[in-house]
Design a protein. Structure first.
Length: 403
């Protein structure tokens, strides 16, 4: 019996909680920047599992690390240490120039941990525990993380946890107006992802850093999507010369394995006592081995620098089309984290590209998000750009013919 896209899609609908609006496709194999579905069709992956597969699919160094570790030791609990966890922790501390790391299973768990340690620090300094986040941010789908995020993700889940407020992104005066002695921390993404690929202004971030310092408020950078080479630096913070007190990671950290982390500086770490936080699976030997192999491969293969170079090439190319294609309003991003702002909903373009063998996604309703593997070939980039340009031209031509 041939296990087809249709069969798997219909079987999934019988059993899986209907929370994802899935495409009727089932992928069974991946290699590099290519994917194959159950019917044998080949695709160029410009989504990378939503900025997860920074090394593409089944990178041999990550596969080998997972295979070798799985044959030795998978899980032991955090009552004990393991060589991969020790090595990964040291590498993350060295790369971030922060003092302490806590390994998790996901981005949302990393943000939850960051909120907890920020509030513990505030409590020890006789401050309130309010967390200020940014309008159009996205920090996860747990109850606390949706409290920091967009209202549309909060609908139907009341009561939303208290102690959270929002201000406009890239607006220092708005933050100044609300920060006070009840504020424990400010959390933001250096580049808003779900909000439409919107980079922070350097002057703004430096102003936020000073404002937090002046008020003994912690600054949390959510680098879950921007981290691990995605923006053309190992971490997006390095574009802005701003060091946060706490930083969250996940997505690209494990080469596809579910693994996350949050890191903090010494003053935050000094506020933590034994038993203040924990995890069963976080930092297990298998996930740590995958993350260690991923980071080493990205560094050894020069993919951070490549991300900046190739991202600029993609953005420059698409911007060059805007003068003759009015449906392109703006191109934003850093490195290989790119948003193409359209004058219309992105969903039809996303679907048309998928039908043509190109995987992208839409965010903020009218933005095409491109977050490909950092090691995607120039040939694949050229193919994607060619098909995207042809689709835009065809769309505008069809609209003119109807007038």
């Amino acid at each position: 019996m041939h296990i087809s896209n249709e069969y798997l899609y219909e079987e999934d609908k019988k059993n899986y909680l209907p929370t994802f609006k899935r495409f009727p496709l089932a992928f069974i194999k991946g290699k590099g920047s290519r994917l194959w579905d159950a019917d044998g069709k080949e695709y160029i992956d410009m989504l990378a599992g939503i900025a997860v597969n920074n090394l593409g699919h089944c990178h041999p160094k990550v596969v080998s690390a997972i295979q070798a570790q799985a044959a030795e030791l998978i899980h032991i609990s955090n009552f004990f240490v393991s060589p991969p966890q020790v090595a990964l922790s040291k590498l993350l501390v060295d790369l971030t120039h922060l003092k302490h790391v806590f390994l998790t299973n996901s981005g949302a768990e990393s943000v939850e941990g960051a909120i907890k340690v920020a509030r513990k620090y505030a409590s020890k300094h006789n401050k309130g525990g309010e967390i200020i986040s940014m309008v159009n941010s996205f920090h996860g789908r747990t109850l606390a993380t949706i409290a920091t995020g967009q209202k549309k993700y909060q609908q139907g889940f009341a009561p939303i946890p208290a102690g959270f407020s929002q201000v406009a992104f890239n607006d220092l005066e708005a933050l100044k107006a609300v920060i006070n002695d009840q504020t424990a921390a400010v959390i933001l993404e250096p580049v808003q992802g779900e909000g439409g690929i919107i980079p922070a202004n350097e002057q703004y971030l430096q102003g936020v850093r000073k404002l937090c310092d002046d008020n003994n408020v912690l600054l949390i950078f959510d680098e879950i999507q921007t981290g691990v080479g995605r923006t053309g630096k190992m971490f997006a913070k390095d574009h802005f010369n701003v060091q946060p007190d706490i930083m969250t990671l996940a997505k690209g950290l494990g080469g596809g394995m579910p693994v996350g982390a949050f890191l903090c500086n010494e003053k935050v770490g000094n506020a933590i006592d034994y038993g203040d936080h924990g995890t069963t699976f976080g930092g297990n030997p298998l996930a740590s081995a995958a993350a260690l192999a991923t980071l080493k491969a990205i560094l050894e293969e020069g993919l951070v620098e490549r991300s900046l170079e190739k991202g600029e090439w993609i953005m420059k190319t698409v911007r060059s089309w805007a003068s003759i294609h009015p449906m392109i309003k703006e191109v934003r991003g850093l490195g290989m984290m790119i948003g193409i702002q359209l004058d219309r909903p992105a969903a039809p373009i996303v679907k048309a590209l998928l039908d043509d063998g190109i995987i992208v996604n839409g965010t903020a309703e009218s933005v095409i998000r491109l977050v490909p593997p950092l090691n995607i070939s120039d040939e694949d980039i050229e193919k994607v750009l060619g098909k995207l340009k042809s689709l835009i031209e065809l769309t505008e031509k069809n609209e003119k013919s109807k007038i």
